[in-house]
Design a protein around this ligand. Structure first.
Ligand SMILES: Cc1ncc(COP(=O)(O)O)c(C=O)c1O
Length: 375
């Protein structure tokens, strides 16, 4: 089954050119050839993160990047705040706990994120660091990272951002906004298969080595990032080729255009779902451009089955939203055609399940939205 549409919020659709990198011969990880590809990959990543600092690229999923980022930025005994807008905030909180921090989790209502005024109150309690998701994938909430980072810096708190579901699809300007550490995974808006964790540091931010373990040995991994000839752990060579190719595709599109495309697709999905009478999970001021979650008017197993019959794969809810919502990913290399096809499948599936949708209503709204955009 190859002609199906993967519309989950990660892993996302991958360009065939990016996939073909896995068919290339694997160079020695300490060869000049690979060292050059690795260095070029880090340089392109800096552009995507808006960082001039160090970058770590390690084999592993997004969670590996979370753990590496937190170990490299939080020392035992620190008092930190995790801003929770959904399921994945618990990953940040657990990483901070295992790094020896004292952790307060501050929870937003379902569908809400955090504004700088929320943060002013929180930071008066004296935290040394704030940890948050840029996009909380479980609710499709996007936090306004720029204003949060600027507020946190005013209070002298470090800012650590999980950009797993945003980097490459929504703007990130670490230097300008004052984000100290931002991390992501290869499999979301960077449109590369799963398998790489990426952690970017702001220029001048020295990764800490007080929380090293065998695998998460920050100083040794960072030395390998200077040159792969300083071998510590074997880089995932073909994964790096693949990410390198995906980044070249991103650079060719141009970051600004890419972010505009993501915004246009997100607008189309939201208007399409709302025109079918569905309620979106995220509040209007906190909506992500990479994923959209909506409450289900029918049962999840039936909806998933009907969507699969239409050859479209969407995701269900996580944690307390399990069975109550579905999520459409529209990040990476997704096109307007994919979005229209996915919405058409949602209409047919809902109708077959007895929900009173008028076929074409969602599509019309999405088409209207797309026709107003420049994509
Ligand atoms: C925002 C966010 N954080 C963390 C994770 C966990 O990443 P992984 O499953 O790649 O370990 C995910 C995965 O969907 C995510 O979306």
């Amino acid at each position: 089954l190859t002609r199906f549409l993967l519309m989950i919020p990660g892993p996302s659709l991958v360009d065939p050119e990016t996939l073909l990198e896995f068919a290339k011969p694997t160079f020695s990880h300490v060869s000049d050839e690979f060292d050059r590809i690795h260095a070029e990959t880090l340089e392109m990543l800096r552009k995507v993160f808006g960082s001039r600092g160090k970058i770590a690229l390690i084999p592993g999923s997004g969670t590996a990047a979370i753990e590496f980022a937190v170990r490299a930025s939080i020392a035992p005994g620190e008092k930190v705040a995790v801003l929770k807008a959904g399921y994945f905030a618990d990953y940040l909180a657990e990483a901070a706990r295992v790094a020896g921090a004292s952790v307060d989790v501050i929870q937003a209502e379902i569908g809400a994120g955090f504004s700088s005024s929320d943060l002013e109150g929180i930071l008066s309690r004296g935290y040394s660091a704030v940890l948050l998701q840029h996009v909380e994938t479980s609710t499709s909430v996007a936090n306004p990272v720029e204003e949060i980072a600027k507020t946190a810096r005013k209070h002298g708190a470090k800012v650590i951002v999980d950009g797993i579901a945003s980097v490459g699809g929504m703007e990130m300007r670490m230097e300008e906004w004052g984000v100290d550490v931002c991390l992501t995974g290869s499999q979301k808006a960077l449109a590369t298969p799963p398998g790489l964790g990426i952690v970017a540091f702001r220029e001048g931010f020295e990764p800490l080595s007080v929380n090293n373990t065998l695998y998460f040995n920050v100083s040794k991994v960072m030395a390998e990032m200077e040159t792969t000839k300083s071998y510590y752990i074997t880089p995932a060579v073909n994964m790096v080729y693949s990410l390198n190719r995906a980044l070249k595709i991103i650079m060719e599109e141009g970051l600004e255009r890419r972010y505009r495309r993501h915004k246009a697709l997100a607008d189309a999905v939201r208007s399409g779902l709302e025109a079918m009478g569905l309620k979106l999970v995220a509040e209007e001021r906190f909506r992500a451009d990479t994923v959209t979650a909506a409450y289900l008017p029918v049962d999840w197993p039936g909806f998933y089955r009907e969507m699969k019959r239409c050859l479209v794969e969407v995701a269900g809810g996580l944690g307390e939203l399990k069975g109550r919502i579905f999520r459409i990913g529209h990040m990476g290399e997704v096109t307007a055609n994919d979005v229209i096809a996915a919405l058409a499948a949602v209409e047919r599936s809902l109708k077959r399940l007895g929900y009173p949708v008028k076929l074409g209503d969602g599509i019309r709204a999405a088409q209207e939205s797309l026709s107003r955009s420049d994509i």
